[in-house]
Write a protein that binds this ligand. Sequence first.
Ligand code: T4K
Length: 371
Amino acid sequence: MKTEDKRQPVLVTRPSMPELDEYVNELKDIWDARWLTNFGAKHEAFRKALISRLGSERVELLVNGHMALELGLKALGLESGEVITTPFTFVSTTHAIVRNGLTPVFCDISPDDYTMDVSKIEDLITDRTVAILPVHVYGNICEIEAIQDIADRHGLKVLYDAAHAFGERYKGVGIANFGDISIFSFHATKVFNSIEGGAAVCRDGAVSEKLRLLSDFGISTETDIDETGANAKMNEFCAAMGLCNLRHLDREIEKRRQVTCAYRERLEGVKGIKLNPLQDDVESNHAYFPIVVEDEYGMSRDELSDALNEEGIFARKYFYPLTSDCGCYKGRFDPAATPVALDISKRVLTLPLYASLDEETVERICKVILK
Ligand code: T4K
């Protein structure tokens, strides 16, 4: 493993990238074809590669994970009503609901794995509830069976925000295969990236087809415009990057696993530092390394974050504030209605984690925490 330059800041993440030659090789085809976007050859090749990787035929590629969420809700035909979701996520999840004219209803999270607390979902269901939108936050898998059971009993759609969960398996099944739709983010900062990009995997072929239309202005044929769509297509350059990175994904995940082991060796058992749980039945992609700073640590999360910053280490407060507490939603929701999520959001710190993070840097980071 290459040792990092000590003068360089240590960022929370760095994108995985192929060798330049490998990407340039893909670009040559794009130059030859003079086809840059609108469902070109790279788009189709990447989509096919994902179909085989994810184990589902109904994969649609989008410009980013956010549009996969936003258009996914629209493709499910949800035009009004309430969506039960978590506030402990990136703002995109909540924005996607609101931007569809739907109302988010926030469910508290489990203090164990920070996903939606399923025991609290049913109390939130009203005659206006149309869907559940859980998040596999940090790649921690939600209680899938319980959520589906509730959805089936109440006739609700389920859309999983699986932005953090690409490449994971639950009880041996690829994580894309749950809910009515599962969406992924291929943003530069994710385990797997196509520079910017996203995908939606649909249970139903008609939903998948609608999503594809919605990503291209709703254009069915030159003269038939059948949906009020947007422009959310993945371009050829992003698809080419996705094709390259997909070839190396397993190796990248293995490197990330080694980094998380290095952290665990040093931080397991440290008083007041709670590590992310290892979930049974889950093949993890090691997307994030969140720690929760408890009172016994003797320093607050913010003080620890500042101490790390002073050493040039830029951990991040994913996810603080709760989305229900964001400036644009002030006064609209009550963050105190989800007390566990509120508490965790004030204590959580996500440590640097990426495939090329070397052990010496992990040691440096842990030394600050252990001090
Ligand atoms: N749902 C969930 C649960 C999500 O977490 C996200 C995105 C979405 C939906 C929406 O998916 P996308 O539409 O984004 O595909 C970052 C990402 O922009 C965002 O994709 C991600 N979640 C979120 C958790 O993190 P920021 O504002 O923290 O990004 P930024 O620019 O501060 O970058 C983070 C670190 O990465 C920095 O230390 C710098 C480093 N970095 C970043 C980029 C872009 C690099 O080293 N190279 C780079 O190219 O949001």
